[in-house]
Design a protein around this ligand. Structure first.
Ligand code: EBR
Length: 400
């Protein structure tokens, strides 16, 4: 008979093989060491199941209150939504919503010759690959506008495309538009304000993927804002329908804690599925059984840290980002763009090779797909000395 302690000792051997955030060698992650308070919350809520909320009324209240707090942060007191597995599930949910809305709109016009074979979604080149998964799952047709020099979607191209196709193919041709508020590779922010006008004027829903930027942009000090970007991205823009915002990235929640926020509860009807054997009769989330830990840790941190706490974390990361950018330039390196958020992309024609050389030295950076560059995400677990260590090793592998 194996004892608990023997099992735990065996598990320690596996855990020992994992990297640890506190070593300061993880430079490519958009997750970080969760806030220590969340350990206690995990123990309190590890058995909860928001897939059957009638059994866990207290946990369901925590999810609803977390959504309400995040909604107010995003200028929407009517916000509805869920704390779910992550940004991928949140983005797939938004695409599922747009897909169902377009099918419903077509059916409501009873114009069978306009049945949308597959939903046409306008989506940036810089979009996260969770949208490619959505495409596979729902047979979406993804329309990719050209990028500007700032690595944002060309909104004039989008405006012309929408007006041109709608005039030719009918008002339901474009089923949705996606904008990114803090893209994965470079942290750039699309002009959501312009996308919102295009969507609102043409009756097209707009999804904003702020999985990473959602817990950064609202707290950014003005001194870190660049003139070539528009930082408005939330529900104060009337065309914004849904937002992805992940507590388990810059929100410091443990994994899994993603967020999908709807402008209001009316959108739930497009997602509801009969759930006969549950305490709730209609279920809108993609996952059925789902832990309540994400909702509880998110609620705890939203109330513990508040806007001031998140602002402190954000602007400390931005200070370190400015420090790293300055040091890189002093050592002869060039960044792809001036950092928009706490992400630095270092120009490197041999990015993959450099990445592997750093990995041999125990330093984990990532590489960009959109340009030849190394990608560094300055998360709260990185200290100034870790950045100095990165620079020294970069100079070493580049013999600068
Ligand atoms: C703009 C956007 C993202 O940058 C993103 C993930 N990004 C980065 C996920 C990541 C986290 C830790 C790590 O070590 C490596 C990668 C997702 C998906 O979020 P996820 O399902 O929670 O991974 C959506 N949108």
């Amino acid at each position: 008979m194996v004892t608990n302690n023997e099992i735990l000792e065996q598990l320690q051997k596996y855990r020992y093989l994992d990297l640890k955030y506190e070593t300061g060698n993880i430079f490519g992650s958009m997750c970080t060491k969760p806030h220590p308070m969340t350990l206690e919350i995990i123990k309190m809520f590890y058995e909860t199941n928001l897939g059957d909320p009638g059994l866990f009324k207290g946990t369901k209240m925590l999810e609803e209150e977390s959504i309400s707090i995040i909604g107010k942060l995003l200028n929407n007191p009517e916000a509805f939504g869920y704390i779910i597995s992550g940004g991928t599930e949140a983005n797939i949910t938004a695409m599922r919503l747009f897909n169902n809305m377009s099918k419903s709109n077509v059916n409501s016009t009873n114009n069978t010759d306009k049945i949308v074979k597959s939903s046409n979604i306008i989506i940036p080149e810089t979009a996260h690959f969770s949208f490619d998964k959505s495409k596979d799952m729902m047979n979406l047709n993804l329309i990719r506008p050209p990028l500007t020099e700032y690595y944002t979607s060309d909104v004039k191209w989008i405006k012309d495309y929408v007006e041109d196709t709608i005039s030719k193919k009918g008002e339901n041709y474009v089923s949705g538009i996606v904008g990114i508020a803090g893209c994965t590779e470079l942290g750039t922010i699309d002009n959501i304000n312009e996308l919102s006008k295009i969507g609102y004027e043409n009756g097209i829903p707009l999804h904003v993927d702020a999985a990473f930027g959602g817990f950064v942009i609202p707290f950014l000090e003005d001194k870190y804002k660049l003139k070539n970007y528009n930082y408005d991205f939330d529900f104060k823009l009337e065309g914004v329908t849904t937002i992805t915002i992940d507590p388990h990235k810059m929100g410091l929640s443990p994994i899994s804690a993603g967020g999908i926020i709807f402008r209001n509860k009316n959108y739930k009807t497009y997602l509801d599925i009969e759930a006969p054997y549950l305490t709730e009769t209609l279920q809108a989330t993609i996952l059925g059984t789902r832990t309540g830990v994400g909702a509880a840790t998110t609620w705890g941190l939203l109330n513990l840290l508040g806007k001031e706490g998140y602002a402190k974390i954000t602007n400390e990361c931005m200070e370190k980002t400015a420090y790293l950018t300055r040091k890189l330039k002093e050592n002869g390196f060039e960044t792809v763009i001036e950092p928009v958020l706490n992400i630095v992309a270092i120009k490197d024609e041999n990015a993959k090779e450099t990445c592997n050389k750093l990995k041999e030295k125990g330093i984990y950076v990532s590489v960009c797909r959109c340009t030849n560059a190394l990608r560094i995400v300055i998360m709260p677990h990185l200290e100034f000395e870790h950045l100095d260590n990165l620079i020294n090793n970069l100079c070493d592998v580049n013999k600068k």
